[in-house]
Design a binder for this molecule. Structure first.
Ligand SMILES: [Fe+2]
Ligand SMILES: [Fe+2]
Length: 217
């Protein structure tokens, strides 16, 4: 019984991460297109975003592999579980799909806001991974522990480039509303969303991988 509950917890957790990693790299594709166009001179920054995108894609594939090795598809969680989606909704008033990234990148203040949202989301990710690596239910699964160790190693390089971009422009201090959004998204995921998914017997599984229709990058 206890083992079944632990398996269920890992199943929910990995499904949420898989969704978030995919959301992360597919959104960064749009940011990259806009930054290359608007700031072609920012070669180092562009290279850092490209690395960030490649890392999130690799993280996605690690979770996908974790499910594949068990012969199971992930649970069908949706964007209400995606930290970045909910942050964008609370700070920009639309979800990622509705965000006009070209317009945002072209506007200094809006782009700074987007960079701060990315920094807050990634820093939250660092703290969360540290907590997960202290939990026996996670670390007792060797493959999952390895995945989270790799994420832990990669994560700082994800927020630092955006923070650097903001610092140079004196825009790095997150607004109170942005901090509150980050706090609320995190708390609601941990206190309500995750337990609900864990306990919901009607939660089905995906029938296709998120990247099934994507061309290999
Ligand atoms: Fe990631
Ligand atoms: Fe990340």
């Amino acid at each position: 019984m206890l083992n079944r509950l632990r398996r269920r917890y890992r199943d929910v957790l990995a499904s949420i991460y898989l969704f978030n990693e995919h959301r992360g790299y597919s959104s960064l594709d749009r940011v990259l297109t806009a930054v290359r166009l608007r700031h072609p001179e920012a070669g180092v920054f562009i290279a850092a975003i490209e690395k960030h995108r490649a890392d999130e894609r690799r993280h996605y594939l690690m979770f996908r592999g974790w499910f594949e090795r068990q012969g199971r598809m992930p649970l069908a969680v949706d964007k209400s579980c995606a930290h970045i989606d909910r942050m964008i909704r609370l700070t920009f008033g639309c979800d990622i799909d509705g965000l006009d990234t070209a317009r945002v990148v072209a506007d200094g203040a809006l782009f700074a806001q987007l960079c701060r949202v990315i920094v807050l989301t990634e820093q939250r990710g660092v703290r969360q991974v540290d907590k997960l690596l202290g939990m026996d239910v996670v670390t007792s699964d060797r493959a999952l522990r390895r995945i989270f160790r790799i994420i832990e190693r990669d994560e700082p390089s994800h927020w630092q480039p955006y923070d650097g971009w903001l610092r140079v422009r004196g825009e790095d201090r997150a607004r109170l509303s942005e901090r509150l959004a980050d706090w609320w998204v995190h708390k609601s995921l941990i206190l309500f969303k995750l337990p609900w998914l864990f306990l919901n017997p009607a939660l089905g599984r995906r029938t296709q991988w998120q990247d099934a229709a994507e061309k290999p990058a």
